[in-house]
Design a protein around this ligand. Structure first.
Ligand code: SAM
Length: 259
């Protein structure tokens, strides 16, 4: 038997689409067009309901939602599901919160699909690490305070990333640090940044459910933030911004959608 007779044929194409951080106004036109003509949509937990409402009513909707400690489907199961759906469907949308290639495992999913012989394309989304601070009145760069930004995962299993997070280097690598998935591990992160020499007075902002009506902000310093989180029971999902740019929230307006 030659390779041609054994090769699987996939009629469908998978689109890895970034849904943005929540506000449907931040969703791309390309992403919306794909949702409207999708045959199958496999979506994550952080995709907002306003965006899910844009899905073609005839499409099959599958919740692959993953939230801390509650995995509905494993990464392998999600990839296998996409491969199976590509056998008999035309447009398969894999809808992910924010941007698929920013702490979204989009790169892994894309590589696995290509390996299986499935056509795949990425449609970038607005990442929460930029949008949530912006809606809170915090620009990540500013000519007076910051000419560089680092995006880093604060997830406690960050050792799975290559290279692993070196907080001592992160502390001095840029003027603004943006931490994804950092709330659970915040005491450790704050301690590591202090040990690396960042001042206790360094401002830090946490923005929870950024760009949604539920958006909340907590502003403090490296000295105070852990206690503030405890006292207010501030939880995930949130972005942490560390650096002098945080002080700009005092003069720039914060914004959140009203519906
Ligand atoms: C697995 S990462 C996915 C990031 C996503 N790919 C992105 O580009 O925004 C999940 C983390 O993103 C952050 N996040 C996602 N949406 C958010 C939002 N609306 N507000 C604040 N943080 C958010 C939180 O740190 C959350 O724990």
């Amino acid at each position: 038997m030659n390779d041609k007779s054994t090769a699987k044929k996939y009629i469908g194409k998978v689109y890895l689409v970034g849904a943005g951080p929540g506000d449907p106004g931040l969703f791309t036109l390309k992403g919306k067009g794909l949702l409207e003509c999708a045959d199958v949509v496999v979506y994550d937990a952080l995709v907002s309901s306003a965006i899910l409402q844009m899905i073609n009513p005839q499409a099959k909707k599958l919740d692959a939602g993953k939230r801390r400690g509650r995995h509905s489907l494993s990464q392998e199961e999600i990839t296998q599901l996409l491969i199976t759906k590509a056998e008999n469907n035309g447009v398969i949308v894999r809808l992910k919160g924010g941007d698929p290639f920013v702490f979204g495992r989009g790169g892994e999913e894309m590589a696995d699909l290509i390996k299986a012989g499935v056509s795949v394309e990425v449609v970038p989304g607005v990442t929460s690490g930029i949008a949530a601070p912006a809606y809170a009145g915090i620009p990540l760069t500013h000519r007076d305070y910051s000419s560089s930004v680092t995006f880093v995962t604060g997830h406690e299993s960050a050792g799975k990333y290559r290279p692993i997070v070196k907080w001592s280097a992160i502390a001095h690598g840029s003027e603004t640090i943006v931490v994804y998935m950092g709330i659970h591990n915040l005491p450790y992160i704050v301690e590591q940044l202090q040990l690396a020499g960042l001042s206790l007075n360094t401002p830090i902002a946490l923005v929870r459910w950024g760009t949604r009506i539920e958006q909340e902000e907590l502003i403090g310093t490296l000295a105070t933030i852990v206690e503030q989180v405890k006292a207010s029971q501030f939880g995930a999902p949130a972005i942490a911004v560390i650096g002098e740019v945080v002080n700009l929230h005092q003069i720039l307006p914060s914004y959140r959608p009203i519906s």
